[in-house]
Structures are given as C-alpha cells and as structure tokens.
Design a protein around this ligand. Structure first.
Ligand code: CP
Length: 324
C-alpha cells in the first residue's frame, strides 16, 4: 500500500504485519545501537498544520532510527501564515524530494486530498486530520493492548480477538476514537463507547461498536479502558456538561478503577486533562499505559515508514537481530 490515511484501509493481515514489524523495531530500540540503515537516502517530511508533541517527535525519532533524512515543517512560522495553500506547500515539498509526507491538519480529509491530488509522488501518512482519523495512534494503542493483554511472543496470539475495549469521553471530537473502533474491530476486539449523549457522533449506529451512557456498568467487563481527552478547543459550550458533572459521571478516579478487573489496563492517547477525564492518582498508577503508549509509538511509526517506503534491506538484518 502506498499511503496510510485511515484505519479502515488496513486488512487484518496488514494490521498484524505492522504490529509484528513494530515488535521487531522495538527489539532494536532495546539495544545500545538503536539505528538501522534501512531508509538511508530517503527523505521524510513532517508536515504539521496543528500542534503536536507525541506524534511529531515520534515520527521524527522513527525516521531517524531508520537513517532517513527528516525535514520538520510547522505551519506556524512558515509561509502558510502568509496564506500559502496546501497545494503550493505540497509542491514545494515535492521539489525537495520528499519520499514520505507525514501530515497533521485541522481539516478532516486533508491527508486524503494530498494523497490523491497528484501534487506529490511520495507516500502520505495521516498523523491526525481534524475530527476524522489518527491511524498510527490506533496502531500504537493496539500494539500496547496486544503486549499487555495477549503477550509479545509469537504463538501467544497475533490479534485482539474477543478482548473488550471501552473508549470513554469526548467521542464526538475524537479522531483517536474513530480510528480505534475501526482497527480494533478489524482485529476482532469488542469495542464499547461510553460518552455523554451530547458527545456521541451522529451516525454512530453505523460504527462497528456498542454505545453505553453508563461507565460504571461497563467497567467490570473491560480488558482495557481508554480515556479520551475532552477537546474544549473544538467544542461549543452547549455540548458540554459542567467540568464537575463530567468528571463525576465520566471521569476515571481511583474508586472507579477499582471496579475494573485486576488485569485490565487504563489507556490515554495524551495530552491528558488531569482532574477532568482522569485523576492524577489513576494517570500515575502502574495500570496506566500512557507513557508506554508513547514509547510504542516510535516502534509503530518505524514499522509504518519501513513498510511504506519499502526499505532496501530486511527491517532487521541478521547482523542487527543478534543479541548485542
Ligand atoms: N496522541 C497524540 O496525537 O498526541 P499529540 O497531539 O501530542 O501528537
């Protein structure tokens, strides 16, 4: 496949191949020499029209660990501020020889437009578009769940068949929720969305998941509970209960976490609103995988770049797979 725009683009085999390749990449990251030569001579452009900490840095780290050249472009401080269009920005990047463009944009559909425009020849990776999708976040979340709930060794299980995943909060504005529902369904998991009625998207009945309005009912049956950030910046005040009311009904605190099965994990894509959707007690507990998710994001993004750009060498050559 040439691009990664939506989690729906991935078959079960595609998704498992990315997860397995990321597992190989993670083994490299555990070694003293973390770098592979596989994308030497290739150029990856990080094209960010919207703020990011985790996604931008981890794509940069991933490309550098594969020995690619990296160009970081942030709309703030660029000629986009002077009114330059996506097309002219893309043509400029094409002139610089981008082999892959990793794009985050406030407009849903911008990565699709870039991939199908003919403006650039390189692979396009969606790093989050508006309220639409964030496929590499869903992949790193699935990778984290597979490691924690299934096991990391071949033979223990290659996907998430039958696992019960609960996604909680501001689903309406969440590209993470949509990509997770699509990918987790492909991997055989059962997803339940829990949200206030005003933060459930229209058309959710067509999503491959259940919807509940009661967090307390769903928690005891969950293998993983993914808390979403409340996106006040995308929200009209009319959509939102008071912060106190939201936390009381949909926030995860220590008492609620105690209702989860002992093995179950708490996830958060970050950035977190501590005290709103998640208390500091839960965020800092051993059961919360938020920091682990960030580390896993580098392995997933290495796998995606490697598979899209078709590195010249095996991802991990025998020389690199040897125990250092
Ligand atoms: N999870 C996530 O996409 O974080 P950033 O916005 O910091 O990239």
């Amino acid at each position: 496949k040439r691009h990664l725009i939506s989690a729906a683009d991935l078959t079960r085999d595609d998704a498992v191949l990315i997860l397995d390749t990321a597992e190989e990449m993670a083994r490299v990251a555990d070694r003293p020499i973390k770098k592979l030569p596989t994308l030497r001579g290739r150029t990856v452009v990080n094209l960010f029209f919207e703020d990011s900490t985790r996604t931008r840095i981890s794509f940069e780290a991933a490309a550098k660990r594969l020995s690619a050249d990296v160009i970081n472009f942030s709309a703030k401080g660029s000629s986009v501020s002077k009114g330059e269009s996506l097309k002219d920005t893309a043509l400029t990047l094409e002139a610089m020889g981008a082999d892959a463009v990793v794009i985050r944009h406030h407009a849903s559909g911008a990565p699709y437009r870039l991939a199908n425009s003919g403006w650039i020849d390189g692979a396009v990776v969606n790093a989050g578009d508006g309220t639409h999708e964030h496929p590499t976040q869903a992949l790193l979340d699935a990778f984290t769940m597979r490691r924690r709930l299934v096991g990391r060794d071949a033979g223990l299980g290659r996907d998430l068949e039958g696992r019960r995943i609960t996604v909680v909060g501001d689903v309406l504005h969440s590209r993470v929720a949509r990509s997770n529902v699509l990918l987790l369904n492909t991997l055989g998991a059962e997803v339940t969305l829990v949200a206030p009625p005003t933060l459930v998207p229209i058309g959710v009945e067509n999503w491959p998941c259940q919807v509940s309005y009661s967090l307390d009912e769903v928690l005891p049956k969950s293998n993983a509970v993914m808390m979403l950030r409340v996106q006040r910046e995308r929200m009209n005040a009319a959509f939102f209960p008071t912060e106190r009311e939201y936390s009381r009904r949909y926030g995860l605190d220590g008492d609620r976490m105690a209702r989860m099965p002992e093995h179950a994990i708490v996830m958060h894509p970050g950035p977190m609103n501590r005290g709103m959707e998640i208390t500091a007690e839960v965020a800092d507990s051993d059961r919360c995988t938020a920091v682990e998710q960030v580390a896993n994001g580098v392995s997933i993004r290495m796998a995606v770049l490697y598979l899209l750009l078709g590195g010249n060498e095996p991802a991990v050559s025998p020389a690199h797979s040897r125990t250092e």
